[in-house]
Design a protein around this ligand. Structure first.
Ligand SMILES: [Zn+2]
Ligand SMILES: [Zn+2]
Length: 420
């Protein structure tokens, strides 16, 4: 929001203040909040106000209404002195386990359509996810323009569904410890609050991340150190009922064989004669595997081919999370029930079992009344609630407040008259 004109900035501030004054009951006060650090971003000044200690709900409301942050954060960590200005004098005594899945890190078919980046140093520009380094000047700083597109948010949701399954089946957490949130922009967060993980250090958290991402996972029967008969045994005993990654890969291979077309096999590097052999025996393989429990081997398709399929399925089954967020034991994370500065949508908690029904572009709308006239520079077609808007190109439109705020917060529109 760095280049937002004053009228737009005043409009956003006024609406955010209205929300924190009138709808403060929607802001979630975290467990053990007196032991957490709080912070807020002042978008205009690009200043982060942090190291704040909050003792009561009224104090939190006072903080939000006085500085009117564009984004509100609290620490995943618990501290003896959350307001100590130096991290090492805060007295860290634990942290929740946090996972962040954001469309910014996922490659989707549409990111080249609605996302742009431009190198802050030399101005070189491109579409889709920004590279790690500018191909022209090697700078690592980019101005990124993204869009909270439904397809991209759905891609993030698919990763969260896989992660939820692992947290439940492999780690044994229940819905009581696992909290799921829509981030308010382009992704989802999971917070695990439990004694068993509270004091884990970064290294231990990295191991958890590696596990859910399937990092360092090798499909043993494809490795050369196994002789053929050992490899065959490992493959034959790949059961749908196995626990953990073994079962997950078995299930993945089963699903792949159920659905894959010729090109899908070829895309993962299988030669034509192997593909034909599998396709010709598809129903037999699936039926025997289901009923007898072990993968039936077929003539002409060796261990190497099965390992290619299994490796592909392991990648598909892994959960693509932002590793940095989980391993950072001092992380500040967005507070649920507060507004996202890039959308004016709420970070919202919902039950893990409701993930398929939760509609971020409806359930996370904070402003349900009123309308505002805006001059839209450019915006793709988007939906909020049951209404579809746009696409717009240099036009003045009167929009419901939530839609106008979204465009203004995304720097896609200017306020013409704020309607009050
Ligand atoms: Zn550059
Ligand atoms: Zn998209």
């Amino acid at each position: 929001m760095s280049k937002m004109p004053n009228l737009a900035e005043d409009f956003v501030k006024k609406m955010f203040l209205k929300y924190y004054s009138e709808c403060f009951d929607q802001v979630c006060i975290p467990n053990l909040f007196k032991k957490r650090e709080f912070g807020g971003l002042l978008s205009k000044e690009r200043i982060m106000i942090r190291h704040r200690k909050i003792e009561t709900a009224a104090e939190l409301q006072e903080f939000l209404c006085s500085i009117i942050p564009s984004d509100v954060y609290f620490s995943s960590a618990y501290y003896e002195q959350p307001d100590a200005p130096e991290m090492n004098s805060k007295g860290w005594f634990g942290a929740d386990l946090i996972f962040d899945v954001d469309a910014d890190h996922l490659s989707t078919p549409c990111d080249k359509i609605h996302d742009d980046w431009i190198c802050s140093k030399c101005g070189f520009a491109g579409k889709g996810i920004s590279p790690e380094k500018c191909p022209v000047c090697n700078s690592e700083k980019f101005d990124v323009k993204t869009w909270p597109c439904e397809l991209c948010v759905n891609a993030a949701k698919e990763e969260i569904i896989k992660l939820l399954e692992m947290l439940k089946s492999d780690f044994g957490f229940s819905d009581k410890e696992v909290h799921v949130f829509f981030s308010g922009h382009r992704g989802y967060h999971i917070h695990v609050e439990d004694d068993s993980i509270r004091t884990l250090d970064s290294v231990a958290r990295k191991e958890i991340v590696d596990y859910v991402c399937g990092l360092g996972l090798t499909v043993a029967f494809g490795r050369s150190r196994y002789n053929d008969s050992d490899a065959l045994n490992l493959l034959r005993t790949l059961r749908l009922s196995n626990y953990g990654w073994r079962g997950r890969i078995a299930q993945g291979v089963y699903n792949f064989i159920s659905n894959a077309a010729r090109e899908d096999y070829q895309n993962i590097g299988l030669k034509k004669n192997f593909v034909e052999a599998i396709l010709a025996n598809r129903n037999m393989i699936l039926k025997n595997w289901r009923e007898k429990g072990t993968l039936p081997l077929i003539k002409g398709v060796g261990v190497k081919n099965w390992s290619k399929i299994a490796e592909h399925c392991a990648r598909v089954q892994s959960a693509n999370v932002d590793t940095v967020v989980t391993t950072d034991i001092h992380r500040l994370i967005r507070l649920a029930g507060t507004l996202h500065g890039k959308t004016a949508l709420k970070k919202m908690e919902f039950q893990p079992s409701e993930i398929e029904d939760f509609d971020p572009f409806k359930d996370a709308i904070a402003f349900k009344d009123g309308s505002t006239s805006v001059l839209v520079h450019s915006a793709p077609e988007f939906r909020l609630g049951d209404i579809t808007f746009g696409p717009y190109k240099s036009e003045k439109v009167e929009l419901p407040t939530a839609a106008a705020l979204l465009l203004v917060c995304k720097n896609r529109a200017e306020v013409v008259s704020d309607g009050i």
